[in-house]
Design a binder for this molecule. Structure first.
Ligand SMILES: Cc1ncc(COP(=O)(O)O)c(C=O)c1O
Length: 400
């Protein structure tokens, strides 16, 4: 079937964090929410139909996961990512963030150190700090409008015996990099040599632009698979963040047992009834929707890039290889972090995710969520264009 991603669906009064909380968070009822990473699109029809059928059944008792559930996920990972995984390797958590917190508790002790590569998804910093572990930065290198890893620095920080873990973001949010096999191999070798466990957050693994291929870190070699855990979820792929399901792949039995122990302590072994139905049907029947979504997203990226090149010359798009998030270099606007935030929120009336919240290297940048109908994206960009023009006119007036 043909999906219509141009359709605007009001999300107000659905307890949506992105829409219903925007006024409270940003203090303006007219602000256009283009922040937090969920999409303004309806999920694949087979998912919606399966959920309706499940709801019609009317009995919502304790729910586990069937063989079919696991097989659907295993087949997906094989089909889309060419990685053979086994059912016994998989653990389920109510999201990737809970899995990262469980991983920190399972594999490190209070006071241990965890590496992250900033600018990076803000909760990476929070989850380390909330668990009383120390953050060690291995900032990304930004050269010629492209991000890369700083291996020399990684070698140096990984040598510290208190460093026990790295949280890798692949594809990287917000830098948009889909790390190549060579890049991951270099990182993996440094981590292995220094006994640093790799927690590979692959939340965005299915959202990759043409010409790029996602490589699951653990799929590269048996050694990597034995020294890592891989966090995946259907939430980004099929817009299912609200059903809170994640599949965590842990091939190493010792690591898996430690992880499972915390799941048991927290009584997280069962699943949300609707989450199981949604995830299973998405992985079984959601491919057609995903391929159409990826085409539409490619169009949104082209639209955004062309618009900015033509009308917003002060801003530079960092071309993403994956994720539906555009990372924009706004440093030429000459505003400090707070001024830039105020400029977007108060002058342009758009809610983006401000660069400084992604840690070192994020200042002067902003992150735009492109997973919305194209003319909503256009609305957001026109708001920014108007605000930039007003600003220029005001500055010219002041000079006079
Ligand atoms: C890299 C990354 N990891 C994890 C998450 C959150 O995942 P979950 O909602 O499954 O906890 C996000 C959401 O944007 C993300 O970008």
């Amino acid at each position: 079937m043909k999906y219509n991603f141009d359709e605007v669906i009001s999300r107000y009064n659905t307890d949506s964090v992105k829409w219903d909380h925007a006024e409270k968070l940003f203090g303006d009822k007219d602000i256009l929410p283009m922040w937090i990473a969920d999409m303004d699109f309806v999920s694949p029809k087979p998912v919606v139909e399966a959920l309706k059928e499940r709801a019609e059944h009317g009995v919502f008792g304790y729910t586990s996961r069937s063989n079919d559930y696991f097989q659907a996920f295993i087949d997906w990972v094989q089909r889309r990512h060419k990685w053979d995984i086994q059912k016994r390797w998989i653990r389920c958590t109510p999201g990737i963030m809970p899995a990262l917190s469980i991983a920190i508790q399972s594999f490190t002790n209070e006071g241990d150190k965890v590496i992250i590569q900033t600018p990076v998804y803000t909760p990476f910093m929070e989850v380390i700090e909330k668990n009383n572990r120390d953050i060690v930065l291995n900032p990304l290198k930004y050269e010629n409008e492209r991000y890369g890893m700083d291996y020399e620095n990684l070698e140096e920080v990984a040598r510290d015996e208190d460093v026990k873990m790295i949280i890798l973001c692949n594809p990287h949010n917000p830098a948009g990099r889909v790390w190549s096999k060579e890049e991951l191999t270099r990182l993996g070798e440094i981590c292995l040599k220094n006994n640093v466990l790799v927690i590979s957050d692959e939340a965005h693994f299915d959202i990759v632009y043409k010409g790029h291929t996602h490589t699951p870190f653990a799929s590269i070699s048996e050694e990597f698979s034995d020294h890592s855990i891989t966090c995946t979820a259907p939430s980004k792929t099929f817009n299912l963040a609200g059903v809170q399901m994640a599949n965590i792949i842990i091939p190493n039995k010792e690591l898996r047992d430690s992880f499972t122990k915390i799941i048991d302590i927290m009584y997280l072994g069962l699943s949300n009834t609707f989450g199981v139905t949604a995830a299973e049907n998405a992985y079984k029947y959601g491919e057609e929707w995903l391929d159409q979504f990826l085409d539409y997203l490619e169009g949104n990226l082209t639209f955004l890039t062309t618009f900015i090149e033509t009308n917003l010359k002060e801003i530079k798009v960092i071309p993403p290889e994956g994720t539906y998030l555009a990372w924009l270099d706004c440093r030429a606007l000459g505003l400090d972090a707070k001024e830039l935030e105020d400029f977007f929120r108060k002058n342009a009336k758009v809610a983006f995710d401000e660069g400084y919240t992604f840690g070192l290297g994020g200042e002067g940048f902003t992150r735009v969520n492109m997973a919305c109908p194209r003319h909503v994206l256009e609305d957001g960009l026109r708001r920014v264009e108007r605000a930039v023009k007003e600003n220029l006119a005001k500055n010219a007036e002041e000079v006079r």
